[in-house]
Each structure stands twice: as structure tokens, then as C-alpha cells.
Design a protein around this ligand. Structure first.
Ligand code: CO
Length: 134
């Protein structure tokens, strides 16, 4: 069912510093900082030949990555995003297996303007999983 790895998201406290690490030390192509108030994060997109890395920094009160950063003060891998051809079909299949879809279970428009769902880490080897309509 899942297709390509779309991105690995890394939560950080200081996105400018993290972008510098990827640009200056790792030599990656790094975007400007993109505030995404509707998602409670600021984002930097890093384009690799085979996938993307997204750096996430909390934006505003009640950011969804705030608790993660309290537990991981140095930052860390926050989620993986896999592409699917049909997000509604994927959702039905996941629900039929008993996997927990987070939120109200309806796809939301994600950081790339495409429908996404998040899946409970306890059902996926301790990793928060995002699926995105390809
Ligand atoms: Co993501």
C-alpha cells in the first residue's frame, strides 16, 4: 500500500541553526523558513535526490511538536511520511486492521497542500507515521 518515502521530519528548537547544519556542514539544498501557523510550526524543506527532510520548529502557543521537544530537548526524528495513491482507500484499510488514525480520522491538508493522515506511533513500531496522497 505505501509507496515512496516522501519526507523525514525532524523537530528542532532553533530552525535557523538546524538549517545551517544541513546547508553548511552537510551541503544540502535548504529552503527559506516557511511559517505554517495553521500547523503550529515553522518549516524548512531540504530536498535530497530521493526524499525530503523537513525541519520543524514550534510556532505559537500549543504547537503539536512542543511536547516532543520537551522529551527530546536536542531535537529528533518526529515522523516519517509515506506516499499512498488513494488516501481514502488507505484510511479504510488501516481502520479495518484496527490501526488508530489520529484526530477525527479525516484527511487534512498538510504542509505540501495535499491530504494527509497521521497514525498512532504505538501501532507502527514506535514511530509517528504520516501518509500523504501522492
Ligand atoms: Co510531515
Amino acid at each position: 500500500m505505501i509507496g515512496r518515502l516522501n519526507h523525514v521530519a525532524i523537530a528542532v528548537r532553533d530552525i535557523a541553526q538546524a538549517a545551517e547544519v544541513y546547508r553548511d556542514i552537510l551541503g544540502a539544498r535548504v529552503s527559506e523558513v516557511v511559517p505554517q501557523p495553521e500547523h503550529g510550526v515553522s518549516t524548512v524543506f531540504i530536498t535530497l535526490p530521493n526524499a525530503k527532510i523537513e525541519l520543524l520548529e514550534p510556532l505559537g502557543a500549543g504547537s503539536p511538536i512542543e511536547k516532543f521537544l520537551e522529551r527530546n530537548p536536542d531535537g529528533g526524528i518526529h515522523h516519517l511520511c509515506y506516499e499512498v495513491d488513494d488516501i481514502q482507500a488507505a484510511r479504510e484499510r488501516l481502520k479495518a486492521t484496527g490501526a488508530r488514525v489520529l484526530g477525527d480520522g479525516e484527511p487534512k491538508i498538510g504542509a505540501h497542500g495535499k491530504p494527509v493522515l497521521f497514525l498512532h506511533p504505538k501501532d507502527f513500531c514506535g514511530t509517528l507515521v504520516e501518509i500523504e496522497q501522492a
